[in-house]
Design a protein around this ligand. Structure first.
Ligand code: SAM
Length: 346
């Protein structure tokens, strides 16, 4: 018989290898509409009823529901030997599509795009480049043309981006005292989700979101209302269009997308458009200085390999990028939550 010590590592390894089974179970339940249906009806339903309402096989649905119970995403009550399923508080909050804190769109984006690309991780490692062509059949040189292939895919991506800052945007805008920066530009600011967190913390500041024209149009249509007083939009391409003068530029999840050369090009442009005393706030997942972790940053660095042109970086790598681009007084703040912040000054 194996001792529990002997089993420790194989069990960890088996657990790691099972990771994608868990992901796919969540993706499938989201995609089939399990959490939304149970939220809508507000009463426990049998596997047969759920299968019939969602047009699936009864056996397949029952196994999926039981797996979700195991993952604590559903509850089951037994009545006369028959299971009746309902959402847990976690799935009501985070997996029902209409919840303000939903992560449903993250699941959909990961399922339909990221998962497909990660199938080609060995090829990405061999070739050192993204796998959109193999995974999705797209050949565009422009990264975001693939992500925004259709209106629906663009909106799913935007909703995924939006969800992060609803959860941990406050940690970012409070990582440093940003109150002295009144004119703020969020480059690639997407839906304005981080901008909303910033203006709710700093009442004297305005944030202008600069993003590609179709993203700005979708953001105005789906994500911001006229009530948002301190938020403005600017359609443009941050690589090719001039940047307006600002006290602070924010680049959240932007630098990790691009090559070293493009990062320096963009940061140098920001430096020249920044008022003296102003700054740039980079928001990313930090790697430890020796790259030994955190695991999530290491995984996201692979994600950037498979789906973008960049990588995750250490504090000194960000410091170097900022210094080369002209910034000084660089401060790094690991928030201990999901995303971290780096502030450079002009
Ligand atoms: N900053 C947002 C956040 O953290 O939620 C979005 C990050 S997303 C990974 C990258 C953003 O950059 C997208 O909104 C995309 O449309 C925008 N973007 C990509 N290329 C751009 C360009 N050349 N000019 C302006 N925006 C661009």
């Amino acid at each position: 018989m194996c001792s529990s010590k002997e089993l420790e590592f194989p069990l960890i390894l088996i657990d790691y290898q099972h990771g994608f089974l868990v992901s796919k179970t969540i993706f499938a339940a989201c995609e089939l509409g399990v959490f939304d249906l149970l939220h809508e009806v507000q009463e426990p339903l049998s596997a047969a009823t759920i299968a019939s309402r969602l047009s699936t096989s009864e056996d397949g649905m029952e196994r999926l529901l039981d797996a979700c119970v195991g993952l604590k995403l559903l509850k089951v009550d037994l009545k006369n030997n028959k299971g009746y399923y309902s959402n847990t508080d976690v799935s009501t909050m985070y997996l029902v599509k209409s919840s303000p804190k939903t992560l449903y769109y993250m699941a959909m984006y990961f399922s339909k795009i990221t998962y497909m690309c990660w199938h080609f991780l060995p090829q990405a490692v061999r070739e050192g480049k993204h796998q959109y062509e193999r995974a999705l059949g797209t050949t565009s040189k422009d990264l975001f043309e693939t992500v925004y292939r259709s209106e629906e895919e663009m909106t799913t991506f935007m909703r995924f981006m939006d969800s992060t800052w609803n959860l941990c945007g406050k940690d970012i805008v409070q990582a440093f005292d940003l109150s002295e920066f009144h004119t703020v530009y969020d480059l690639g600011g997407c839906t304005g989700s981080l901008a909303k967190q910033l203006v709710s913390t700093y009442k004297e500041s305005t944030v202008t979101i600069m993003d590609l024209p179709k993203v700005v149009q979708a953001a105005k249509k789906h994500f911001v209302t006229d009530k948002e007083q301190q938020i403005y939009f600017l359609e443009g391409d941050f690589f090719n269009d001039p940047l307006p003068e600002a006290d602070l530029f924010i680049v959240a999840r932007i630098i990790h997308d691009w090559t070293e050369e493009n990062c320096i090009k963009l940061l140098t442009k920001m430096y020249h458009s920044c008022r003296p005393g102003g700054g740039v706030l980079i928001v990313e997942l930090l790697l430890n200085e020796d790259k030994s972790g955190p695991v999530i940053s290491q995984m996201y660095s692979l994600y950037m390999l498979v789906q973008a042109e960049g990588k995750e970086r250490t504090p000194s790598e960000y410091t170097k990028l900022l210094t080369v681009s002209g910034f000084r007084d660089i401060k790094v703040k690991a928030t201990g939550k999901m995303y971290d912040a780096i502030l450079g000054r002009k």
